[in-house]
Design a protein around this ligand. Structure first.
Ligand code: HEC
Length: 283
């Protein structure tokens, strides 16, 4: 534990301020990170909905060539890690990676379990349930979205009559976007926040120390010097003149020192001389 008053007055508050600033910055960072992640998921869900809408006509006309084209083009877009359409049995019908076509996925897979966790599959899911984050086989961080392709009157009234009206979900579209841009933004933000944190720390700790030094530590130092000077017997020294508690203490000490000195110089005068002298003067 530090000994001097200055160290006691500055070090613990500095540590406390540092702790607060760091905790607040970490909290702020995690809140912003969650917000940005939610934004990214929102954006990706919109993208997936757009793809389903643009593919709708091709699906309705059973135009597999066009559908394959749409998925291929989406897959070539920068940042798209995978794009594929499952039929309702969980078989990949279209994929930007041709080698995946025809693969059968289990209902327990990450993108499927949101609807297939219970005995009766759900027909819809919350926006955030649609998203999942994972590291793909290439080692890239991916945010993937699964959106259902719903059965609509146009689908079961179409000439081909493949789908029955009772069927709600015809299949799912699964699209995965790279998290790299998000991570990059987060890293930049992290760096800025560290700089900001250091700046706040330097300014607050520096500013508070300077004020404390000027308003408290220097007067206390002066008082201590004064007291030790008086203790050595140097009564000619001027007491620090402050209009606060330090000044009060200094004046009180000065008075005490003077009283003590008077008594020391004339030990009996103080007790005998006063009343005796009075009597002598009167007679
Ligand atoms: C939007 C929610 C949803 C998602 C996501 C979903 N399914 Fe389904 N799935 C359903 C519904 C609803 C049915 C019942 C189909 C119907 O309407 O008749 C179903 C039916 C099935 C069936 C046939 C019925 C059964 O239970 O055996 C299989 C197999 C299947 N899904 C596999 C998958 C696989 C694999 C995935 C992931 C790639 C997946 N599903 C993703 C909602 C979903």
């Amino acid at each position: 534990m530090p000994r001097s008053f200055a160290a006691k007055a500055i070090v613990p508050p500095a540590i406390a301020v540092t702790g607060f600033v760091i905790v607040c910055c970490i909290l702020l960072y995690s809140v912003i990170k969650t917000d940005m992640l939610n934004d990214a998921i929102q954006h990706e869900t919109n993208l997936a909905d757009t793809i389903v809408k643009s593919a709708r006509y091709a699906m309705l006309k059973d135009d597999r060539e066009t559908l394959r084209n749409i998925i291929d083009n989406v897959g070539q877009q920068k940042g798209v890690e995978h794009a594929r359409i499952f039929n309702k049995k969980g078989v990949i019908m279209f994929s930007a990676h041709p080698e995946d076509i025809g693969k059968l996925l289990d209902k327990k897979e990450a993108g499927c379990v949101a609807c297939h966790s219970g005995p009766v599959p759900l027909t819809s899911m919350g926006r955030m349930d649609q998203a999942r984050r994972f590291i793909n086989e290439k080692g890239r961080h991916v945010i993937a979205i699964t959106v259902p392709v719903y059965n609509e009157p146009e689908c079961f009234n179409a000439a081909c009559h493949v789908h029955s009206p009772s069927q709600k979900v015809l299949g799912t579209l699964d699209i995965g976007l790279s998290e790299a841009p998000l991570q990059k933004t987060l890293n930049v933000m992290q760096g800025r926040m560290i700089v900001f944190c250091l700046m706040v720390l330097l300014l607050t700790v520096g500013g508070v120390s300077a004020l404390l030094r000027r308003n408290v530590l220097l007067p206390v130092r002066e008082l201590a010097d004064y007291v030790s000077a008086v203790k050595r017997g140097d009564l000619s020294r001027k007491a620090p003149a402050y209009r606060d508690e330090v000044g009060e203490l200094a004046r009180a000490y000065q008075e005490l020192a003077h009283q003590l000195k008077e008594r020391r110089e004339s030990p009996d005068e103080a007790t005998q001389d006063g009343p005796a002298g009075d009597r002598g003067n009167r007679s």
